[in-house]
Each structure stands twice: as C-alpha cells, then as structure tokens.
Design a binder for this molecule. Structure first.
Ligand SMILES: *[C@@H]1O[C@H](CO)[C@@H](O)[C@H](O)[C@H]1NC(C)=O
Ligand SMILES: *[C@@H]1O[C@H](CO)[C@@H](O)[C@H](O)[C@H]1NC(C)=O
Ligand SMILES: *[C@@H]1O[C@H](CO)[C@@H](O)[C@H](O)[C@H]1NC(C)=O
Ligand SMILES: *[C@@H]1O[C@H](CO)[C@@H](O)[C@H](O)[C@H]1NC(C)=O
Ligand SMILES: *[C@@H]1O[C@H](CO)[C@@H](O)[C@H](O)[C@H]1NC(C)=O
Ligand SMILES: *[C@@H]1O[C@H](CO)[C@@H](O)[C@H](O)[C@H]1NC(C)=O
Length: 445
C-alpha cells in the first residue's frame, strides 16, 4: 500500500498500555510504558524484531488443516474498485458478533488487518459503512500483549505482561497512518449464506485515529507474508484475485483464500517463482518477483538483467502489490520505457507531474478523443511473460493521456502496482512460492 506517491517503507510504533477494554466497557486507562527506554533504539526496531520472530511460527490453522498442512476450507470476499479514478481495490468482509460488514483495502504490500473502532476521538475518517463498536460485539477481546501476534510481544522480552496490558500501534504506510489498540475478533467472510465462513480469534487493529486518506474504505486487510496478515492467520496457503477494470467501480470479482483459489480451467496461465524475501522487516512482508526484462511491442528494451535484482542488504528488487496504484521502476529501466513509449507517439508531449503525478503525458486532440493504438508491453518474469495491453500501462482522462508508470529513485524497490494488474487473474501460491497469472475479464467473474 503506498498509493501513487513516494514509497516509504512501512514503519510501526508501539506502546504498551493498561486497558480495561473488556467487551461491553470500552474505557481505557492510558499511558503505561513507552517502549524505547534507549533513545538510540527506535521502537519500530523492536517491533520488527518481534515480527521477525513471528515469521517463523508455524502457519495459522484457522481454516483447519488437511494432512499436508494445507488449509481445508476456503473463504471468499467480493472485491471492487473504490471509485472510478480512485487508487484502491476494496474487499468486503464483516467483523464481530453480530457481524458488521465493511469494505477494506486489499493490500498485498502490508500485514496488519485494521478497521476503525467506535468511539473514535475525533480522528476518524468518514467511512461508507457503520462504524464497528467493540463494546457492541460479544466476541471482541483485547489481544494479550504476550500473544505471539502482539506487536508488543518483543518488548516484553519474555516477561509476564502487566495486568490488563494492551498493545497500541501506529502503523505508517507510504501514504497515511492508522493508530489504535490490537484486538481479537470473529470475522465473517463470504456474501451469500452458502459460502459464508466465520473465523474466530483473528488479531486485528482497532483504530481510533487515522490519517485522512482512506476514502471509500473502512480500513485495510493486509495480505502480505507476515504473521499478522489474513493469509498467514488463516493458514490459507494460497489466494487469488482478479482486479476489475480501473475505471469500473460497479463490477465486482471474488478474492479467494484457501484451496479453491486456483487458476484451473483458465487458459494462458504463466507461473514465476517468488524471489526469497529478506528476513528483515518490512521486506519480509513483500512478494518479490524476478523481472529480467521489458519489451514494448516486439522491441526488447535495453535494460540490464540486474536492474531489478534484490540485493543482499534488502535494497532493490521488485514486488507485486495490490495496494499500490502506479507501477514504479528503478530509474534506469523507467527511462528506457519512457523513451520507447515517447518514440511511438506523435501527439504533443506534456509534463503531467503537477496534475497527475505522472511525468510522461500527451495532449489528446479533444477530451473525448480516443487515444492512438499502442502495442502491448511485456514484462519478462523468470519463466513467465506478463503481457500488458495499452489500457494497462497508459491512462487517460480529461484529454490527457499518460504513461501509468513512474521512476523509483534512491535504491528503493520497484513495485508492480494494481493499475498494471487489472483484468488479470492472479494466484499467489505461498506454499509453492509461485505467482501465477492469466489474462481475464474480471468484471464477469
Ligand atoms: C485511542 O485509544 C487509546 C487507548 O485505547 C487512547 O489512549 C487514545 O487516547 C485514543 N485516541 C483517541 C484519539 O481517541
Ligand atoms: C500470557 O500471560 C498470562 C499472564 O501472565 C499467562 O497466564 C499466559 O499463559 C501467557 N500466555 C502466553 C502465550 O505466554
Ligand atoms: C502516527 O504516526 C504519524 C506519522 O509519524 C503521525 O503523523 C501521527 O500523528 C501518529 N498518530 C498518533 C495517534 O500517534
Ligand atoms: C456505474 O454505475 C453508475 C451509477 O449507476 C453509472 O452512472 C455508471 O455509468 C456506471 N459505470 C460503468 C462503467 O458501468
Ligand atoms: C480448482 O481446483 C481446486 C482444487 O484443486 C478446486 O477446489 C476448485 O473448485 C477448482 N476450481 C474450478 C473453477 O474448477
Ligand atoms: C532470475 O531469472 C533469471 C532468468 O531465468 C535467472 O538466471 C536468475 O537466476 C533468477 N534470479 C533469481 C534471484 O532467482
């Protein structure tokens, strides 16, 4: 998750607080211990250590497990675009007992599952669904600070938690942040009664303060590799989604977690292995891919095969992220793509940085003009070519037509964003460590 702007690494700040936040009594005594006694060690480092430990826990078993350890059942969620030109895809799930349904950003670039909780102390953003109130749910609990899923467990260093201990977090993303208390709840998945599944004991963030930029959602569902993600907590093993066309906020598709997530019956499936993620947070959250080249039409661009290499220190690499909108490429590769696109277009080029944040744009003859035809772009992954039609790498609106990619500077990772994933059926097989994909009309699935 980082939307269209600069990708900053995920960071988390945590505090231990003393809570009496039992269901039915949402009052809290605040301000026990600030974790970092030593100003030289940021609290976020402590959390990273804690999460790293969690990474090595055995996978969750919430969905039950068959003999080979794979989850035995599947959960599903209807998924749709937040708004025609918004940047995120939303999945619908429900929290608590009785269940309160809400839309949440589906984000493979982070782990924490969170929603806004009442009361919100004035720092809530406007959400399209009723606010979930833990005091009105019979299944809410504060997550114990010594739970292996507590972001504060590392700070305890094996000591018993203070009575009533609760863990407060402040999770920052590339854009925005959210803060609250870690809780545990029963979640309900699936729209129709037939495919409904209720899963108890999911650790989640009960946010009572957030930045203002989560428009269209009531929170976020982390689908990353870390222990706190929905994928890990369910022990799902694999999951799939199909992102509907970017400008279509009416259609829905289905996100599946568990054994039914599969591309069987689909033609044109390609598979590429994930590159092992560094054990260090936040990189340990990400799904890295091995991108070895890019072509425009039949022309292979002059890009070093090492341009997207993941370095031993965790710098570089390319991840696939459903929560980032625009693909970013390491500058050397971006400049090649930019020049190749520019060479094929005879329309006047304009700098769209101010209005769109994209630096290669063209003026169309009129706001209603159709853009000229462009060849497809191929991303050559290790063992699998991903073919992007022009609609998946060029974006138009208000008479401006832009390359929907940007340059990634400063040695940061490159990111395959959701704009480039539209109309593709994508399967993350976490057990087999492969990503599979096939072109699809997602709005009809
Ligand atoms: C959020 O909740 C925490 C503890 O649960 C409390 O300390 C804090 O003041 C609350 N923040 C707001 C903005 O209400
Ligand atoms: C957490 O601490 C409580 C109270 O000290 C203890 O009863 C419980 O067994 C601990 N749980 C874990 C997972 O360590
Ligand atoms: C959370 O962190 C962000 C970014 O550092 C900061 O702007 C915000 O005020 C913090 N929120 C809370 C409630 O601490
Ligand atoms: C989506 O629905 C709205 C309202 O019903 C309608 O105005 C719009 O044309 C629809 N868009 C698409 C892409 O179907
Ligand atoms: C694909 O295969 C899985 C198990 O291998 C199965 O559960 C699922 O129903 C199949 N899906 C389709 C569309 O055939
Ligand atoms: C990436 O793919 C290339 C081409 O298949 C292969 O030679 C290389 O070893 C791969 N790198 C990693 C880190 O998997």
């Amino acid at each position: 998750m980082s939307s269209t702007s600069q990708v900053a690494p995920l960071a988390v700040l945590v505090f231990l607080v003393c809570a009496t936040l039992a269901s039915g009594a949402a009052s809290v005594r605040v301000g026990l211990t600030r974790i970092h006694a030593d100003p030289g060690i940021p609290a976020s480092q402590l959390v990273r250590d804690a999460l790293r430990r969690d990474m090595h826990r055995s996978a969750g078993r919430a969905l039950g497990a068959s003999d080979d350890g794979a989850a035995a059942t599947t959960v599903s969620a209807r998924t749709r675009k937040d708004q025609p030109n918004g940047g995120e895809y939303l999945m619908t799930l429900a929290i608590g007992t009785p269940p309160v349904a809400y839309p949440a950003i589906a984000d493979t670039g982070s782990d924490l599952i969170w929603t806004q909780c009442a009361p919100c102390g004035g720092q809530c953003f406007r959400q399209p669904a009723p606010l979930y109130n833990p005091a009105s749910s019979t299944t809410f609990g504060v997550l114990p600070c010594n739970s292996s899923l507590s972001m504060c467990v590392g700070a305890l260093a094996g000591a018993a938690p203070p009575p009533g201990c609760a863990c407060m977090y402040n999770q920052t993303y590339g854009t925005g942040w959210t803060a609250g208390v870690q809780g545990s709840e029963t979640f309900t998945f699936g729209a129709a009664a037939a495919d409904q599944a209720r899963v108890p004991g999911i650790a989640f963030g009960c946010s009572n303060a957030s930045s203002d930029d989560w428009t269209g959602s009531a929170g976020l569902v982390g689908l990353g590799r870390g222990a706190l993600s929905l994928v890990s907590q369910l022990g799902a093993g694999r999951f799939s989604y199909c992102l509907t066309p970017f400008q279509d906020a009416n259609s829905t598709s289905t996100l599946l977690l568990g054994p039914s997530a599969a591309l069987n019956g689909t033609t044109g499936v390609r598979s590429t292995p994930f590159v092992a993620s560094p054990a260090k947070a936040p990189m340990s959250t990400y799904y890295y891919l091995n991108l070895t080249g890019i072509s425009l039409g039949t022309t292979a661009l002059s890009i070093s095969p090492n341009a997207f290499s993941l370095n031993a220190d965790g710098s570089g690499g390319l991840i696939i992220d459903s929560g980032t909108t625009i693909t970013s490429l390491v500058d050397a590769a971006y400049q090649q793509v930019r020049a190749a696109v520019k060479s094929l277009v005879t329309l006047p080029a304009i700098d769209g940085s101010d209005s769109t944040g994209l630096d290669l744009c063209f003026a169309l003859p009129s706001p209603t003009s159709a853009p000229p035809a462009m060849p497809s772009m191929t991303l050559h992954f290790d063992g699998a070519d991903m073919v992007l039609p022009a609609e998946s790498y060029m974006i138009s609106g208000s008479g401006v037509w832009c390359l929907a990619m940007r340059s990634q500077m400063d040695g940061a990772m490159s990111t395959l964003g959701n704009y480039q994933q539209q109309n593709m059926h994508i399967l993350y097989d976490v057990r087999k460590e492969t990503l599979s994909f096939a072109p699809a009309k997602c709005s009809t699935l």
